[in-house]
Design a protein around this ligand. Structure first.
Ligand SMILES: Nc1ncnc2c1ncn2[C@@H]1O[C@H](COP(=O)(O)OP(=O)(O)O)[C@@H](O)[C@H]1O
Ligand SMILES: [Mg+2]
Length: 401
């Protein structure tokens, strides 16, 4: 292993802490992992948040925080002194209510987290989905689309800022190091991620962090440490990392922790929902519920139209992304001469049976490398955020030198 390169890349952390992570020791249910905080009342332009984010009191955190800024979920990770990753997340969705007595009553009766602007209330997170399903009217607002800021919504920057603020909270030391994830530029859409990155950077700096971007797929590599088996022995951090998110899938090929080729594709989990909505006529909210709670790609009920359609569009997504990997990696030089591992994360990969379908598609492809294994991240949903946290801690250690 070329330790100098890795040390330079990751700092001391690589020597002292295992990169492969286990899910949090203390079992925390999903519900509890989601942040609970009192409702905040913010005027769009106002800087002040009246009540602040909760602290997880039992843990002492090491400085260095990460934020996985996804189309569908905002996740953040801190690392405890006794070596655990602690995650928080919120669904990156809002539901707008007009400001009137009826809405005010509803908000008072519920414990929804919401933002108040000059002319709207915005209910944040999973509650937004519950509300749109319950009321059966209106629609979910997404501050991000296809992995980047949603340009079609005027307030997207402010809304995103408030969702992120709910998840991340304040720095625990002055100018605490923070890493936020950014996608690579997409191969199937003519957009550049620079503006998005700039907006996020300003936002975190405004919150008091020393912020730096990190490529989303690289985070999967840092978290999972894919190994290449070669004649000279095992080579760490060498292989392919894929994150199957909502708006995008992000892919990287690495050699000893260095990115050789990286790209994103804009159609992933959201596109599956959209296509299934088109062919079944069922609302997206309901489709998402079935996909996340019931779907098992090993056991599709062929009499169920939604499950059948989900199965078809899962295959389409997997095959399309594998085809892109094949095309994009065809011209890579010969440094990769061993057998590599592919490591996988992301909410879209969470559904049971995803691994088998991905592996079959890869075996059928002409990806120009020998692949000995496809490995799902231990904590599929938080692998990206945990991987980014490794970098944030490394930044902090470097800042002390
Ligand atoms: N248990 C699950 N089964 C299937 N899909 C899921 C599950 N949980 C989340 N998802 C889907 O994963 C996607 C979100 O994954 P995530 O990695 O957080 O993406 P992003 O970072 O782009 O927000 C969404 O499309 C969501 O519906
Ligand atoms: Mg994500």
């Amino acid at each position: 292993m070329d330790k100098d390169i890795l040390d330079d890349m990751l700092g001391d952390i690589i020597d002292t802490k295992p990169i492969m992570t286990k899910p949090i020791d203390k079992p925390i249910t999903t519900k509890e992992k989601e942040i609970k905080m009192e409702n905040i009342e913010i005027k769009m332009e106002a800087k002040e948040v009246k009540s602040e984010v909760i602290k997880i009191e039992d843990n002492k955190f090491l400085p260095g925080v990460s934020v996985d800024v996804g189309t569908s979920f905002i996740c953040s990770t801190r690392y405890t002194e006794d070596g655990k990753f602690i995650n928080k997340f919120h669904r990156n969705s809002l539901y707008a209510l007009d400001i009137n007595e009826e809405s005010a009553d509803l908000l008072e009766r519920s414990n929804y987290l919401y933002i108040k602007t000059e002319n709207k209330y915005y209910v944040i997170g999973n509650d937004a989905i519950s509300l749109v399903n319950a009321l059966g009217k209106g629609e979910i607002i997404r501050p991000m689309k296809n992995g980047l800021l949603n340009e079609s919504i005027r307030e997207s920057e402010n809304l995103l800022f408030n969702v992120i603020k709910c998840v991340v909270g304040n720095p625990i030391v002055p100018r605490e190091n923070l890493r936020y994830t950014v996608p690579a530029s997409p191969i199937d859409k003519d957009v550049n991620n620079l503006f998005h990155q700039n907006v996020l950077n300003n936002l975190f700096e405004k919150m008091g962090y020393a912020a730096k971007p990190v490529n989303e797929a690289m985070c999967v590599i840092f978290n999972c440490n894919p190994i290449m088996k070669s004649e000279d022995g095992d080579v760490p951090f060498t292989g392919i990392g894929i994150s199957f998110g909502a708006g995008m899938a992000n892919v990287v090929l690495t050699y000893k922790g260095m990115s050789l080729v990286e790209f994103s594709c804009t159609k992933s989990g959201d596109n599956i929902d959209e296509q299934v909505e088109k062919v079944t006529g069922m609302s997206k909210g309901k489709i998402i519920k079935i996909k996340e709670k019931k779907l098992n790609l090993n056991k599709i009920d062929d009499n169920d139209r939604v499950q059948s359609a989900l199965s078809v569009y899962y295959d389409e997504t997997i095959d399309r992304i594998v085809k892109n990997i094949e095309n994009k990696f065809k011209n890579v030089g010969s440094e990769i001469d061993g057998e590599i591992e592919i490591v996988v994360s992301g909410g879209t990969a969470k559904v049971p049976g995803f691994d088998k379908r991905l592996e079959a598609s890869i075996r059928n492809s002409s990806i120009p490398f020998k692949i000995y294994r496809v490995r799902m991240a231990d904590d599929i949903f938080f692998a990206v955020s945990n991987g980014a946290n490794v970098r944030a801690q490394s930044d902090y250690k470097k800042s002390l030198k």
